[in-house]
Design a binder for this molecule. Structure first.
Ligand code: SAJ
Length: 464
């Protein structure tokens, strides 16, 4: 049997093996009568990651506390209301009202919990340097109330070494010996994809890695008790930390790849969507990504910097990852340049131009504006003196017009930054009716032929 067959077989067998293992463990638990006593769990940080996890644990019958410093968030959750625009979450919170005890006081929850899971933001600062303030502050609060024998899991995205170099010393300051499992300490990187109805939190496979083998086991046992997917136990906590960074950096570099290809194809008059469609007919070794007006969100645009920074401390420079970040961070500028070029053809300039900007959120159909490329596009347009009308159906607070019709009525030129369904499905005749002269399609999501057929200048990202 040649190697490729063996490889292919392994590629197919391994996940099935893992699935069978996971089902066996679950089955044994149920058939051997080991009744999984409901645990008392505190989820620290009730955002995009913590809240779905809190709901899942409550659905599985565990006693769930939610600890968050944001009192508004605590109050809305205790009233069964989701502080995040997410229909699945809103439904769940309504049905779980009273089953999750949200609080802003750590002593009420942490000391009563068998499991504490930390899901706080780990952003970067304006110089793209990792900012672990929230993680350190929350783990310090936890360390002052956590009881011996608790399982402590960090889900926040962190660079390899964070648990052992930062979290463990915080616990040791309270006289816990983590190597002796006073606190079972592990990392299980979050894999939430907001709004994804297929890959929900219970359906997503996970990886775990503990400071000790017992911690890894304990963490794996916990996650297997709440999710339906496979839980892979890794040999170390560092391996678990590196896994998440790798999967998101992989995505960032692939997006940078197509963003560079798009700029090259613009010069050559090639439609990149057609070429991606063509390349995707290859049934192996090609994975489509799509060019756009930038890369936002608290994962893809942030996580690479965690590895870049840590590697720098260890004496390695990630030139490729840094270049990918540079390319992706340039895309908002590229989108505005496309608008300037189209205006130039009309002998117009951006200064004083009435520009409608469609979208503020970092990706389609969410209300999250963190790291959104729209911020940069808006800043650039304003700096160049444009009159900008902004509309995002999911971010009404950031919009300065009440709806799409008002934006089209007031604008002469359009730049789409977020491919919300409302924009994808808009009646393109309205562009004509409102005498729109130029459309810059920052997500290549509009019908370019139809727009051009109306005599409107159209330019996408790698798509003319
Ligand atoms: N983007 C592109 N081109 C692409 C894909 C995305 O420009 O081909 C842009 C989006 O417009 C957005 C940014 O990148 O501005 C991030 O988009 P995303 O689809 O990666 O969405 P995220 O940030 O919610 O990423 C999450 C990640 N999940 C976790 O970190 C647990 C990521 O690993 C997933 O791959 C991604 O969801 C997903 O697949 O939806």
């Amino acid at each position: 049997m040649d190697l490729s067959t063996i490889n292919n077989k392994n590629r197919i067998v391994a996940p099935i093996q893992g699935r069978i293992e996971s089902l066996l463990i679950k089955g044994l638990t149920q058939t051997t009568g080991i009744i999984k006593m409901p645990k008392s769990i505190t989820i620290v940080g009730l955002g995009y990651v913590g809240l779905p996890l809190a709901c899942l644990c409550a659905e599985k019958g565990h006693k769930v506390y939610g600890y968050d410093i944001d009192k508004n968030k605590v109050d809305s959750i205790n009233n069964g209301l989701s502080p995040i625009e997410d229909e699945i979450l809103s439904e769940k919170l309504k049905s779980l009202k009273g089953k999750i005890r949200a609080t802003s006081s750590p002593n009420e929850c942490i000391s009563n919990s068998d499991v504490v899971i930390v899901c706080v933001p780990t952003p970067v600062d304006r110089n793209y340097v990792p900012d672990l303030t929230a993680l350190m502050e929350s783990c310090s609060a936890v360390s002052r109330h956590i009881k011996q024998g608790t399982l402590l899991v960090i889900e926040s995205t962190i660079y390899p070494g964070t648990v052992e170099e930062i979290i463990v010393p915080i616990l040791e300051k309270q006289k816990f010996n983590v190597q002796k499992n006073d606190i079972f300490t592990a990392h299980c990187p979050e894999r939430i994809d907001p709004g994804n109805k297929k890959w929900t939190i219970e359906a997503l496979p996970r990886v775990v890695g503990g400071v000790t083998k017992d911690a890894t086991k304990k963490a794996a046992e916990f996650y297997r008790s709440v999710i339906d997917a496979n839980v892979l136990e890794l040999s170390s906590v560092k391996a678990a930390e590196a896994t998440k960074i790798m999967e998101n950096t992989f995505r960032d570099v692939n997006i940078a790849f197509v963003n560079e290809m798009a700029q090259s194809f613009d010069k050559a008059g090639i439609d990149i969507l057609e070429v991606i469609r063509g390349a995707s007919t290859k049934p192996f070794a090609f994975m489509p990504h799509y060019p756009g007006a930038g890369v936002g969100g608290h994962c893809i645009s942030v996580d690479p910097y965690y590895l870049i920074e840590k590697a720098k401390q260890l004496g390695f420079t990630h030139r490729f990852l840094m270049l990918a970040r540079e390319i992706n961070n340039h895309m908002p500028h590229y989108a505005v340049e496309l608008l300037e070029n189209e205006l130039k053809k009309l002998k117009k300039v951006v200064k004083g131009a009435k520009v409608g900007m469609l979208g503020l959120a970092y990706k389609a159909n969410v209300d999250d504006i963190r790291e959104s490329p729209a911020h940069e596009v808006l800043n650039l347009l304003k700096t160049k003196g444009a009159d900008v009308y902004v509309y995002d159906p999911h971010v009404k607070t950031g919009s300065n017009v009440k709806d799409l019709d008002e934006l089209l009525n007031k604008s002469d030129y359009i730049i789409l930054v977020t491919d919300h369904n409302e924009f994808r499905q808009m009646d393109l005749e309205k562009l004509n009716k409102n005498r729109i002269l130029v459309v810059i399609d920052g997500r290549n999501c509009l019908d370019k032929e139809k727009i051009k057929s109306m005599g409107i200048s159209y330019h996408g990202i790698g798509r003319t």
